[in-house]
Write a protein that binds this ligand. Sequence first.
Ligand code: AHG
Ligand code: MN
Ligand code: MN
Length: 344
Amino acid sequence: MEKHASGAHLKRISLTRYLVEEQREHGTIPGELRLLLEVVARACKSVSNNVNKGALAGILGSAGTGNVQGETQQKLDIIANEVLLDANEWGGHLAAMASEEMDSFYEIPNRYPHGEYLLLFDPLDGSSNIDVNVSIGTIFSVLKKPLQSGNVCENDFLQPGVKQVAAGYAIYGPQTTMVLTVGNGVHSFTLDREAGSFVLTQQDIRIPEDTKEFAINMSNMRHWDAPVKRYIDECLQGKEGVRGKDFNMRWIASMVADVHRILCRGGIFMYPWDKREPDKPGKLRLLYEANPMSFLVEQAGGAATNGRQRILEVTPTALHQRVSVVLGSKNEVERVTKYHLDAQ
Ligand code: AHG
Ligand code: MN
Ligand code: MN
């Protein structure tokens, strides 16, 4: 298949075929990992079907419960979480799972065989967009359970992002698309609903190093730290300012959709620390939001930092730990990071 090509005229390569051939050529996807990724893809297909039905299936609206992070859960947050748990618990490829919607990790029950992988996910990203019919998604990250450990414990999950063996997301937008990396570039697969399978539609996605587009929730501006304010101020000055060019702004409020746009055409995404909750390092969660997205972005030639340090090198200390996020086009991320280091 041609690079950067998409369209029906090309030979169709299913996700399964891609995974099998990737293992044959590069040895990066052993059988258990392939099974895991296929099961995750199947679960995302099921979430996509639910998302598509919306009010017809009675899945919109709040569930009336809260998660460990103090956020109100939507019905679809819980449905997606259950779909992922049910799909993945019996296959024998996993030791345990952890999710945004569960206080603690979920160990595979003893009635099923246990595998060597750990799966982390944000079952439904962009919850505030569910009821308004705007793109949402599922984010996932795969780690290996440390060899020396016996029974699964929270510590097993607390590995820096560089240890991820696979990561990706499914975006439920005008199309349902699965974007995946196993450390050998970033590839995307579009769901063919009639055939019921994901088909390779873009190979080796690359993020342009420069951009004129930023994504940040501007309503938080008064709470930002000086380096973030400096960067955005300079973008807003446009052609007449220090940057010498006009910038455009986008903010979808689904990280999946904002990152997907950046993978498609470049840009910078930021959810920085701010003064609203000074004790929290940021809003987004390290293990199942920032790490998988940073892995994808780096694999596509972009960069991802917390303002000071590469996100993938942050050592986690808790399952639901938060982190400040700056990711996307390399030169812009480096600029924001430099502004933070200059201010130290
Ligand atoms: P989630 O729906 O999984 O809780 O994540 C929402 C996140 C992220 O997707 C998005 O970038 C951000 O929250 C939006 O935050 P604001 O509502 O503050 O803009
Ligand atoms: Mn999320
Ligand atoms: Mn979520």
